[in-house]
Ligand binder design. Structure first.
Ligand code: VGL
Ligand code: ZN
Length: 215
């Protein structure tokens, strides 16, 4: 009973893309990506609701450099007026690389949202695809639960975490980044620092995981 009472009220922990391909040894590895796993496992129980996302691309996905003749990974292109960084093939539907990290404690996940499933459109944010208008539906799931506060963690700080955080603020959720429970690609170099600064400017609270644990 005590434990339930200490939980953060009307809050969700949003766990972004903690998948094998974003961890060391994966095709789009984030430095120390798996370092978020023990931190997330430690804090998950404090939240009444936990929502996880999974980047979940078809093999012919527009974000893969391999699907663009003459282009290389980390090149940038514009597709239908949307800037797109081209990535190595990653998080292909049904592959081990797309699986959530084996040590991540999935017992707490109330919902797992898959995104980036349309071949022609990428989806960094948990809330909107990269056209900024196509909803993933999770806004309404969270609103339906009466959620007011969104705590974001996972991978990558400068891409999917960043866009999820910014959309969360825009939607009107009180939004917090749990900074030691996130790691970034840092492409181009400096982009993690820039992303955190931009989040702060947008009114996002930036905290360490110990601040969400009971004293
Ligand atoms: C991500 C690049 C491409 C992420 C996903 O999860 O941050 N980054 N797809
Ligand atoms: Zn992706």
């Amino acid at each position: 009973m005590l434990i339930i009472l200490t939980k953060l009220k009307k809050a969700v922990l949003l766990v972004i893309d903690v998948q094998n391909d974003f961890c060391p040894g994966g095709t789009l590895e984030v430095k120390d990506g798996d370092g978020v796993v023990p931190v997330i496992n430690r804090i998950m129980g404090e939240f009444p609701k936990v929502a996880a996302t999974q980047d979940w691309h078809p093999q012919n996905h527009v974000s893969f450099a391999s699907n663009h003749r003459g282009m290389s990974a980390f090149d940038s292109v514009s597709i239908n007026g949307i800037d797109q960084v081209l990535w190595p093939d990653h998080c292909v539907q049904g592959t081990e690389g797309a699986d959530l990290h084996p040590d991540l404690d999935k017992r707490y996940f109330d919902i797992i949202l898959r995104k980036g499933t349309a071949p022609g459109l990428d989806s960094y944010s948990a809330f909107f695809e990269n056209d900024k208008t196509t909803s993933t539906g999770i806004e309404y799931y969270l609103k339906g639960l009466g959620i007011e506060a969104v705590y974001v963690c996972g991978l990558a700080t400068d891409f999917c975490v960043f866009y999820s955080v910014m959309d969360s603020v825009e939607i009107g959720f009180k939004t917090t980044l749990i900074v030691d429970a996130a790691r970034g690609v840092d492409f181009p170099e400096g982009s993690i620092e820039k992303a955190v600064a931009n989040m702060r400017s947008a009114g996002v609270k930036v905290v360490k995981s110990e601040e969400v644990l009971p004293a």
